[in-house]
Design a protein around this ligand. Structure first.
Ligand code: GRF
Length: 193
């Protein structure tokens, strides 16, 4: 069965593009059916259109509650027959409504070695703390922010010269490797035995 992905993104969409490239290269047996974005100016819209992927704006400002936003998202995901939801820089907190609709079928990427530095500004948090190893994590989404079973991680050494921007750039290089890998393995687990 071909897997139908729905991507939720708020920003630039570089992870979305890395996933799309991995699909083109046959590293993931899936099709991106739709990209849902919540910020009208998000760069992900142009990226999706360039790749020929439908991009649908669902602006959270138009909804009274997080639950209403999630209901609108579910409706669009269902219209596009999505069976796996990929959060790629989605900057909204999910509710039980979305979790119930796609139980254990929502993945997220976070720019830290979870369970350290959950929430926003993870890279600032890591630098302020003085950690020597930063990184990124792909995990299954649960109600608690940046929690849920970890599927894949990559470590990135912190340099004394690092700024938030320089560290973020090196973490993103790793994100573009581990997110496609985690999705491929989630859809077709490779046995270790
Ligand atoms: C990534 O760094 C991810 O870890 C975080 O948001 C960023 C999204 O980047 N959750 P992009 O929009 O995929 O370029």
């Amino acid at each position: 069965m071909l897997n139908y992905l729905g991507i939720l993104a708020s920003g630039s969409g570089s992870n979305m593009e890395a996933i799309a490239n991995a699909i083109s290269n046959k590293e993931i047996n899936a099709q991106i059916r739709v990209v849902i974005y919540n910020n009208p100016d998000a760069k992900v819209k142009e990226r999706a259109e360039r790749l020929g992927i439908p991009a649908v704006l669902i602006n959270h400002r138009d909804y009274k509650s997080r639950e209403d936003l999630d209901r609108a998202i579910i409706q669009t995901l269902n219209e596009y027959q999505v069976n796996l939801v990929i959060m790629a820089g989605w900057m909204r907190v999910v509710t039980q409504v979305l979790i119930d609709a796609f139980s254990d079928r929502i993945l997220n990427i976070h720019p830290s070695l979870l369970p350290s530095f959950r929430g926003t500004h993870a890279i600032d948090q890591a630098l302020n703390y003085g950690v020597k190893i930063a990184g990124c994590t792909v995990h299954i989404v649960s109600l608690e922010v940046d929690s849920g079973k970890i599927l894949e991680q990559a470590a990135v050494p912190v340099l004394t010269s690092d700024t938030v921007e320089s560290l973020q750039q090196r973490i993103q290089v790793q994100e573009h490797i581990i997110y496609p890998k985690a999705i491929a393995n989630f859809l077709a687990p490779v046995s270790n035995t």
